[in-house]
Ligand binder design. Structure first.
Ligand code: ZN
Ligand code: ZN
Length: 178
């Protein structure tokens, strides 16, 4: 999945393009990041002078917890990928290519382009830092932990305050008599 054989594309003239649709592909992203929906979208591979340019427009959704009320939420994610992949062996001679670019994305020895890793990376980066179940989520009560979305008019009397906070409140009242 997300792997494409580009041998014939490597033999075609620069500018040649191939399109593939991505339909319900599943992918393990990271131990702490699960996809809630399969990946869908389009991959476009084009022959450039020395490489294959891979572009992809993909949608999926991730699963996580609301940062305010800790409810499980599903967040849709769209990613765009643009990566240049260099051959590792010459398509005509079969000789290894030594172009001094060790960090480049590579086709394998059978001219297979595997987009799994770039897609994994793009989805990890697209993960929102703070997930919310909804914009106006009221979160949990900092004193007793009740979900404030499920109750109305929730409050605690002064006595229930953390004693250290109560001390601080008294001190503040003395300092500002008005
Ligand atoms: Zn929430
Ligand atoms: Zn409370």
């Amino acid at each position: 999945m997300l792997s494409y054989n580009v041998a014939s594309l490597l033999r075609s003239v620069p500018g040649t393009e191939r399109r593939y649709s991505v339909d319900d592909v599943t992918l393990d992203i990271a131990p702490d990041l699960r996809l809630a929906e399969p990946i869908n979208g389009e991959v476009r591979l084009s022959r450039t002078g020395r490489s294959i340019l891979a572009q992809a427009w993909l949608s999926t959704a991730i699963e996580g917890y609301c940062s305010r009320c800790l409810k499980l939420v599903v967040a849709p994610i769209d990613v765009k990928i643009e990566e240049e992949a260099l051959p590792s062996i010459d398509i005509d001679t079969g000789q290894p290519i030594n172009d001094g670019e060790p960090d480049a994305l590579r086709l394998d020895g059978h001219h297979e382009l595997d987009l799994g890793e770039p897609v994994r990376e793009a989805i990890s980066l697209a993960e929102p830092i703070t997930l919310l179940c909804r914009e106006e989520c009221r979160g949990l009560c900092p004193t007793c932990g009740v979900d404030l979305n499920t109750v109305t008019d929730h409050s605690h009397s002064e006595d229930a305050l953390d004693p250290r906070l109560a001390e601080l409140a008294k001190w503040r009242d003395r300092a500002e008599p008005n």
